[in-house]
Design a protein around this ligand. Structure first.
Ligand SMILES: Nc1ncnc2c1ncn2[C@@H]1O[C@H](COP(=O)(O)OP(=O)(O)OP(=O)(O)O)[C@@H](O)[C@H]1O
Length: 260
């Protein structure tokens, strides 16, 4: 496997509190990695490292073999569980804003033909996430699922190679989650994305990903819980055969439950 992203002996410490220790990880291009683990294990911290929002205390992160810049570049997009979109902008201008900031970082505005081209791109992105008819709708007038579609459009319009998802579907109803799973799977394939997604939903982690990574502490000191950090304790690659086996076990379990 040629790694797109490599984490080499990553540590994250805040004062004497160790959050992550000895994290070594290679992530292949176009993979879909789910990150699971107990609350406080450092899952969001790991995403912030990949985003460039935070630097490790020790170790090195490489992107295409080159040290990752300590800032969020256009090659990385992110979607959080909530509050990713701007409430004072309609859907179209929420998506346009990302393009304007990338093209005109000082003014945040595009004019003339450049603005018209950016609006066309924004409309195409809204259509791709199923919000083609909602360009003039404001976030407050949208359901949770629609807001997350908008957040995804906002992240993807800048054509990132890497999409980071921090519990993106955690606040949604189960039915809408299913729709969002289909959407993100389609966009991952169509746009050749590499995705890292934090989730608390194990079923979601296995259903969507090509690899499931579990972060947890290997060592515990009950008298000083901050003394040891979490690391990747399980790392399961889900090829087609493993996915088929999981699906077979799930269908047996569902049948058994139906018969009881
Ligand atoms: N700036 C900071 N200063 C001190 N501690 C921090 C800081 N940021 C995060 N932490 C701590 O790092 C640990 C990991 O936090 P993180 O949010 O990454 O965990 P998580 O696995 O995503 O948790 P959850 O599943 O509850 O969202 C927590 O104990 C948190 O309090």
């Amino acid at each position: 496997m040629t790694a797109m992203i490599s984490l080499r002996n990553i540590w994250v410490e805040y004062g004497d509190k160790i959050v992550l220790e000895r994290v070594n990880l290679d992530i292949a291009e176009r993979s879909f990695v789910s990150i699971v683990g107990p609350s406080g294990a450092g899952k969001s911290t790991l995403l912030r490292l990949l985003l460039g929002q935070e630097a490790p205390s020790r170790g090195q992160i490489l992107l295409d073999g080159v040290p990752l810049k300590p800032e969020c570049g256009p090659d990385r997009g992110v979607v959080f569980q909530r509050y990713s979109v701007f409430p004072h902008l309609d859907a179209r201008h929420n998506v346009l804003f990302g393009l304007e900031c990338a093209a005109a970082p000082l003014t945040g505005r595009l004019f003339g033909a450049a603005r018209r081209a950016a609006l066309e791109e924004a409309d195409a992105m809204l259509a791709a996430v199923g919000l083609g008819d909602n360009g003039h709708v404001f976030p407050a007038q949208m359901s949770g699922g629609m807001q997350q579609r908008l957040a995804i459009a906002q992240a993807l319009v800048k054509r990132p190679r890497i999409l980071l998802l921090d519990e993106p579907f955690g606040a949604l109803d189960p039915g809408i989650r299913g729709d969002m799973h289909r959407l993100i799977t389609r966009l991952w394939r169509e746009q050749a994305l590499t995705i890292a997604m934090v989730t608390h939903d194990i079923e979601e982690a296995f259903a969507l990903a090509t690899r499931v990574l579990t972060l947890d502490k290997r060592r515990h000191d009950p008298h000083a819980p901050h003394r040891f950090g979490a690391t990747a304790v399980y790392d399961l690659v889900l090829d087609r055969r493993v996915k088929a086996e999981i699906e077979a076990i799930r269908s047996i379990t569902i049948d058994e439950n139906d018969n009881n």
